[in-house]
Design a protein around this ligand. Structure first.
Ligand code: ADP
Ligand code: MG
Length: 380
């Protein structure tokens, strides 16, 4: 028996899955283009593994549909889906050699010995384990075992490869090496990969697009740059990199508005983005640390903010030297610590703890978003 191989995109439509009271996956829709590397990124328990199991066919969703190309595969048994899977804990058969492990999916598919041997040799070469086929899993390092698992997942030439935290058990160096290997294999085979991790940096390095998971839901899908530059929520902004978040009420007309923060000067914001609160509604503003300049507090004439800029006065709590840049932690009057990251070339090395400074940023670098409390209410 051979598996049908209709090429095409992988699509989830309104997938839901509950375990008792827990909504593990909640109305997830997602479309992956052929050859795309998409990562599901989220905290532990956010529903990533359940989503992969539903795509693989190890779990049936309560609602929704899985489609591959123009076919619904929701009720197709796992071994007929033409989807390869790699889990965190290698899951190799201990009593079989590497080559026998890799040959296993070919046997299940009824492929003859001559072709099996050839495909196993090719797969071993793809994962750079030539000559190791006769070893048993216990005779291989963790990284090598995971390569065998990867070879086993691609040997039957699946259209889609699913990987669930495949480096979770490996140390940092091995992880980085295997990351590059997976990216090379993705390029060479042109295979669609759906990858799961809770490691933001891994997601940034490897993915074409990232889907941010939160409590069984996808909060946002996009390229790393889109998620970083144009987060759609405070949650995503805080998940992708570091953020300064200001909370207040919105007040604005036209394309410019202000966030009125009790006890502080208001923050001017561009109001033409995706979220436009009503006047007087609570809202949040996110500013990335590297968008903020740190300058000594100016006094007297002409010390007002430059046009189009926000300036907040504060006191330096700490300066952290990071080689390529410096991170300043600055306490603002009325409480609240904010941070700025300044490149080595622009930083004033004379600024230190206790100094009175100003945090300044261009108005266009502020991202106006829904207040997190309102977000939570809308979701529930
Ligand atoms: P992640 O992979 O993002 O860590 P999971 O998909 O494993 O998340 O789990 C999502 C939620 O579903 C968690 O609350 C988890 O405890 C629950 N869950 C997952 N599998 C089962 C199961 N077989 N039985 C009961 N609850 C489960
Ligand atoms: Mg998981």
């Amino acid at each position: 028996m051979t598996t049908t191989s209709s090429s095409g995109h992988l699509e989830l439509r309104g997938i839901g899955k509950r375990y008792g009271k827990v909504s593990a996956v909640d109305d997830v829709s997602l479309r992956m283009e052929p050859g795309e590397f998409l990562t599901l990124l989220g905290a532990s328990g956010s529903g990533k593994t359940t989503t992969l199991k539903i795509i693989a066919g190890f779990e049936e969703p309560d609602s929704g549909e899985v489609r591959l190309g123009d076919r619904a595969i929701t009720r197709l048994p796992a071994h007929r889906r033409n989807i390869g899977v790699v889990f965190q804990n290698y899951a190799l058969f201990p009593h079989l050699t590497a080559a026998q492990n890799i040959a296993f999916p070919l046997r299940v598919r009824g492929i003859g010995k001559a072709e099996r041997d050839e495909r196993v040799r090719d797969a071993l070469a793809t994962v750079r384990l030539e000559g190791m086929g006769d070893r048993y899993p216990r005779q291989l390092s963790g990284g090598q075992q995971q390569r065998v698992a990867l070879a086993r997942a691609i040997v039957f030439q699946p259209q889609v490869l699913l990987m669930d935290e495949p480096m979770g058990a490996l140390d940092k160096k091995l992880r980085e090496a295997l990351q590059l290997e997976i990216m090379r294999i993705h390029r060479e085979l042109g295979i669609t990969i759906c990858y799961v991790t809770h490691d933001q940096e891994e997601a940034l390095v490897m993915s074409d697009r990232i889907a941010i998971y939160d409590h069984g839901r996808i909060r946002q899908v996009g390229t790393a740059e889109e998620l970083y530059e144009r987060p759609g929520s405070v949650f995503v902004a805080e998940f992708m990199g570091e953020s300064n978040v200001f909370h207040g009420t919105f007040d604005g007309t036209g394309s410019v508005g202000r966030l009125v923060v009790p006890g502080r000067p208001p923050i001017t914001v561009p109001a033409g983005g995706s979220h436009r609160p009503g006047n007087g509604a609570s809202a949040a503003v996110v500013v990335r640390p590297e968008r903020i300049r740190v300058q000594r507090k100016r006094t007297g004439e002409g010390s007002g903010p430059e046009p189009g800029h926000n300036v907040l006065a504060g006191v330096v709590q700490d300066v952290i030297y990071l080689g390529s840049d410096r991170r300043y932690l600055v306490e603002l009057p009325g409480g609240g610590t904010h941070q700025a990251r300044v490149g080595a070339a622009e930083a004033d090395p004379g600024i230190g703890r206790g100094d009175h400074v100003e945090l300044a940023w261009d108005r266009s670098d502020a991202i106006l978003l829904e207040a997190p409390a309102a977000e939570r209410e809308a979701a529930s």
